[in-house]
Design a protein around this ligand. Sequence first.
Ligand SMILES: Cc1cc2nc3c(=O)[nH]c(=O)nc-3n(C[C@H](O)[C@H](O)[C@H](O)COP(=O)(O)OP(=O)(O)OC[C@H]3O[C@@H](n4cnc5c(N)ncnc54)[C@H](O)[C@@H]3O)c2cc1C
Length: 273
Amino acid sequence: MKPTLAGYARASTIAEATAWLAEAEGEAKVIAGGQSLMAAMNMGLAGDTRLIDINGIAALQGIRVEGDRLVIGALTRHAELGRNALIAEHAPLLQRAVPLIAHKAIRSRGTIGGSLSHADPAAELPACVLALDGRIRIAGPEGEREVAADDFFQDVFVTDLGSDEIVTAISLPLAGADETYDIRELSRRAGDFALAGLAFVKRGGAHRIAFFGTGPRPLLARGVMAALDAGDTAGALEALSGDIEPQNDAHASAAYRGHLARVLLSRCLKDHA
Ligand SMILES: Cc1cc2nc3c(=O)[nH]c(=O)nc-3n(C[C@H](O)[C@H](O)[C@H](O)COP(=O)(O)OP(=O)(O)OC[C@H]3O[C@@H](n4cnc5c(N)ncnc54)[C@H](O)[C@@H]3O)c2cc1C
């Protein structure tokens, strides 16, 4: 199928993009890397879309340290996350995640802002940002706000973003010297979306573990985390089923996804608990 396009405009500032989104009253979509949006348009799933291209907005680019946070511009490509020295030093989990995302061509165009806004429940970066206790910076016609990742992801492809808002950046606490991190997933073939996966962070004895592919959104495994914080590895495995919400779909049954999540957690804990 060919996509139907009801209009295209290239914004050069955040204010311009959000004003155009507001004017369109929900009938326009931002395009960043286009790696999810174009696929949806080609399948006729995006309606008669007006596109607002944000690739020319310089303020959405760049990776920098601000005080005790690492700030990653929304237009940062997956491939850049994989090779950037500040990411390697301050958010190495993201670097570890990159090779698991799709294929080279998709990683060279796809953006972190696009991945988080698209909110595929099986995507790696949303789960990593959640495990890293990240915050999402958002701009709209009313100004700027910041939302914790845990409040940002709401349902399958649903986030806290309003139709006239864009993600401008992601901010993360800087990784400490004592930080342990890991990301594991199981998929049918390399490059496929995960059937189940987890992002693991241990900072100063406190654990944050986010599962992906096992619920309508990336999920913080709060029961697992509390058991691990108390030094109870067996209790962590027992708590898992209460923390995830695997669903049946064309790719796998809920029971199979739940089983994979348990396998991944037990392998991860063998190495890190
Ligand atoms: C074959 C294939 C395999 C893939 N496999 C994986 C995988 O294994 N793991 C994975 O994580 N991803 C995978 N992806 C998705 C890929 O990572 C996308 O790049 C990513 O999800 C979307 O980023 P994008 O910049 O391309 O966004 P776009 O496609 O441009 O946009 C996606 C959505 O986000 C919105 N959006 C984009 N940027 C912003 C912003 N700054 N503010 C507000 N809204 C915004 C758009 O309006 C649209 O609704 C795959 C894609 C394909 C085509």
